[in-house]
Ligand binder design. Structure first.
Ligand SMILES: CCCCCCCCCCCC(=O)SCCNC(=O)CCNC(=O)[C@H](O)C(C)(C)COP(=O)(O)OP(=O)(O)OC[C@H]1O[C@@H](n2cnc3c(N)ncnc32)[C@H](O)[C@@H]1OP(=O)(O)O
Length: 150
């Protein structure tokens, strides 16, 4: 299966965090795995907070883009929309993002971000997320994504 972000239409694929058409961005890729979504990302060393640990703003960026992609995917699944189609018909943006930083996030490690659907209420889609490094939860997050009107 393709990454959710690779299903975004070309004219909506410039997001700094996850747009495939933004050559200077992070180009985060999110996949559906069973009931969850997962993204994997190894930050460049320039994203330093305290030496040896990852800058929190980058972690927020990863959770932001993982969350909106997850919301779009969960909404598609709820409506039995095929995630293998060329363009994703559901577009979601972030209305609210809460993050708890639980532990310093080590540099030089692959970060694994997982998402679980919390609720779909009309156009509001809530997703719970965790970010782990070497199996340790370094951050948790909750996003409220809003499905854009047609
Ligand atoms: C496939 C292509 C990919 C698409 C492209 C994807 C690119 C990747 C995006 C990456 C993630 C980002 O960084 S996105 C960029 C950062 N986010 C933004 O710039 C969004 C700025 N905000 C907005 O544009 C707007 O406020 C919206 C779209 C979020 C909502 O406006 P709206 O459409 O007029 O809807 P509105 O009636 O206000 O709200 C709908 C419901 O949500 C609730 N609601 C709205 N905001 C909030 C909030 N902050 N906290 C709680 N609840 C809220 C309302 O009470 C209402 O509930 P009820 O009355 O129904 O119960």
């Amino acid at each position: 299966m393709k990454a959710i972000q690779d299903l975004y239409p070309d004219n909506l694929a410039h997001c700094y965090g996850c747009g495939k058409n933004n050559s200077q961005g992070h180009q985060l890729k999110t996949y559906v795995e069973g009931e969850e979504t997962v993204s994997r990302f190894t930050p460049d060393m320039k994203y330093t907070a305290i030496p040896g640990s990852v800058y929190g703003g980058l972690i927020a960026s990863l959770l932001d883009c993982h969350g909106t992609a997850s919301a779009a995917a969960f909404a598609c699944i709820a409506e039995k929309i095929d995630l293998n189609q060329v363009d994703l018909p559901i577009r979601c943006v972030t209305a609210n993002l809460n993050i708890n930083f639980k532990a310093l996030t080590p540099q030089g490690e692959e970060l694994v971000i997982r998402g679980k659907l919390k609720a779909i209420e009309g156009r509001k889609i809530s997703v719970d997320m965790t970010l782990t490094a070497k199996g340790v939860v370094c951050a948790t997050g909750e996003i409220l994504a809003i499905r854009l009107k047609e």
